[in-house]
Design a protein around this ligand. Structure first.
Ligand code: TXA
Ligand code: MG
Length: 340
């Protein structure tokens, strides 16, 4: 049985208390954040956390992000808190930034995928913050999708993946950012960007100086012990995805040619992008990079349902939010990229 709580228009503290008590009882509650929906459980309860892995079909070595509602919780979870963590938190929390720090014993290894570090984030969403506060627990929450599917940006996406399999889903409407948080490892110097996300790395560098970008961000096959999340093919629709990168006009031209070629071969073709195309299916992502990020996973899920054989996607420039968008697109494409 899954309770669905509708809180699209207005926050209801009484209902949030119910969800918070489920968390305390070791149950699973999906909730909105500003980035994507999370599948939450008490981060300090091993059995509850194990259920997250089971429900998602997630490999046990891929660690979870622990969500907090007050900065003081960092000191409960992390053994050492460098000054840079405080500076970043002060500037960007609550917000789409996850900080990796050495873990305290209190944090179970199930939560950290066996690592000696813990990833911590304070989400910028009233529902999430209330849920964490009312439960009185740090909440471990990966994106609320079955492993391998695009992350959920609406409660419907969560319902599609988990209805009947978790105790509660809080519907807070569409998420604002649409791509997951930026993950930065502060246990090394210089700090390492493990996953580009909703907070551009350029913004982080303005506060703490140079950040090294983990090669896995660009899809390079390297030692992935520190970035376990990068090992797995993510965000993959059933159809074959091809990303076309380059100057806008050329991309548009090449995609039009590809549509024609593929149609000739009898394929059903879907296109996602910010230009208009005549294809079997078309999903308009928007004009600004913010809109593109917000709509990306929805577009991939749409194409999944539309039964197309091939999805052609416009590449975007890899700066600001564009780095996260391209990282997700490349993964969805299994690195099938055409450069024009
Ligand atoms: O925006 C988000 O981050 C969303 C919302 C729900 O907060 N959560 C999310 O969680 O995207 P998930 O589990 O889908 O992605 C967590 C990422 C993975 O790539 C994981 O490998 C990495 O964070 N991660 C977690 N703990 C880590 C650690 N101790 N060291 C290195 N990477 C870690
Ligand atoms: Mg995820």
């Amino acid at each position: 049985m899954t309770i669905i709580i509708n809180m699209r228009d207005k926050i209801d503290i009484r209902k949030l208390r119910v969800a918070a008590s489920l968390i305390r009882e070791g149950k699973l509650v999906a909730f909105p954040t500003e980035t994507v929906y999370g599948l939450g459980a008490d981060a300090l309860n091993e059995r509850a956390v194990r259920r997250i892995f089971e429900a998602k079909g997630r490999p046990p070595d891929n660690p979870l992000i622990v969500h907090i509602a007050d900065f003081s919780q960092v000191y409960e979870l992390a053994k050492e808190v460098p000054e840079e963590a405080e500076m970043l938190a002060k500037k960007f929390w609550p917000g789409p930034l996850t900080i990796v720090l050495p873990r305290k014993e209190l944090v179970p290894k199930v939560t950290t995928g066996g690592l000696e570090t813990v990833a911590i984030r304070m989400p910028a969403h009233e529902i999430a913050l209330h849920l964490i506060k009312l439960s009185g627990r740090p909440i471990a929450a990966p994106s609320a999708n079955i492993s391998g599917k695009p992350s959920p940006t609406t409660a419907e996406h969560v319902i599609d993946d988990f209805y009947g399999r978790i105790e509660c889903i809080i519907d807070g409407g569409e998420t604002r950012v649409g791509v997951e948080s930026t993950v930065i490892d502060l246990t090394e110097w210089p700090p390492v960007l493990l996953r580009p996300g909703g907070l551009p790395v350029e913004e982080i560098e303005k506060v703490i100086g140079e950040v090294r970008i983990h090669p896995a961000v660009y899809g390079k096959k390297v030692d992935l012990a520190k970035a376990p999340g990068m090992k797995y093919r993510h965000y993959a629709p059933e159809a074959e995805v091809i990303v076309v990168e380059g100057p806008r006009e050329k991309v548009k031209e090449r995609i039009r040619e590809l549509i024609a070629e593929l149609k000739k071969k009898g394929k059903r073709v879907g296109v996602i992008g910010s230009e208009k195309y005549e294809a079997d299916e078309f999903f308009y992502l928007g004009n600004s990079i913010e809109e593109v990020a917000r709509n990306l996973f929805k577009a991939l899920r749409y194409m999944d349902r539309a039964n197309v054989d091939v999805v052609l996607a416009e590449g975007v420039e890899e700066k600001g939010l564009g780095l996260a968008v391209m990282n997700r697109l490349r993964k969805a494409a299994g690195y099938r990229i055409i450069k024009v």
